[in-house]
Design a protein. Structure first.
Length: 255
């Protein structure tokens, strides 16, 4: 995967970045730059900017001065918080409790990103939605199913970290299996809350997301790239992905 910035139109740019596990396997990561109706910008997630990508972002944002907030949406995506805080020292930093614990030296906003109060701050331009029925952090640091999803209606783009994934279909197989598949994060069964109604709560949230993003055209997934959808395609694909995950979720609830 090579670093690049992709203009999805109407004030939304997705930055595709590199993330190497053990310094070898590149699983990729991402961030997004969003221009608000006010003309100001926010960053969705943190990624260290360099080279041509940095030049483009700085040119768009008055050398970074127009970036007024950084929204760190996934509690386990914490590697690059300091780098982005240096790039945009005037920007308000939002994150989860885990971001604050991992980087206590940064000037975090008191409002946590996974709260209704944070969603209200950016409601004019973004819909921030938090999955119900699952825990965002667990005792197992490998359970990454929980995150805050950011829907940008103006560009019909959804920025998501881990909660939803795109399973690539190799080129020669696309004629048989069709487009890359939308799937739920494989650790979601381990993220279920202790509430006996957790699957019902998660199902209701999936239905809400399908309705909110009914007009989705671009799904920007952290580690798997961007999948384009035709109008009306996303909601059934999301519900189908969730139905395929249900047996694993139900098995996790068994004593």
């Amino acid at each position: 995967m090579s670093e690049k910035i992709i203009d999805l139109g109407n004030g939304f740019w997705n930055i595709r970045g590199d993330l190497r596990l053990g310094g070898v396997l590149n699983v990729g990561t991402h961030a997004s730059l969003v221009q608000l109706g006010s003309g100001e910008f926010v960053m969705l997630d943190s990624y260290p900017l360099s080279g041509d990508i940095r030049d483009q972002v700085m040119a768009l944002t008055d050398q970074g001065r127009a970036v007024t907030a950084v929204l760190n949406l996934h509690p386990y995506h914490t590697l690059h918080c300091k780098a982005v805080a240096r790039d945009f020292p005037q920007a308000r930093l939002y994150g989860t409790e885990r971001h604050r614990a991992q980087h206590p030296d940064l000037a975090w906003q008191p409002t946590l990103i996974d709260t209704p109060e944070a969603a209200a701050i950016f409601a004019s331009d973004l819909v921030l939605t938090v999955p119900r029925g699952i825990d965002h952090t667990t005792e197992n640091d490998r359970v990454h199913a929980g995150s805050v999803l950011a829907w940008h209606p103006a560009s019909a783009s959804l920025h998501v970290d881990d909660t939803l994934n795109i399973l690539p279909v190799p080129g020669p197989l696309k004629r048989v299996f069709g487009k890359d598949k939308l799937i739920m994060h494989p650790t979601m069964p381990k993220a279920l809350t202790a509430d006996p109604d957790c699957i019902r709560e998660l199902t209701a949230w999936i239905d809400e997301l399908a309705e909110i993003c009914a007009g989705l055209r671009n799904l920007c997934a952290a580690h798997n790239g961007i999948r384009e959808f035709r109008a009306g395609e996303f909601a059934p694909a999301l519900r189908d992905a969730f139905q395929r995950s249900l047996p694993g979720l139900q098995k996790a609830m068994q004593p």
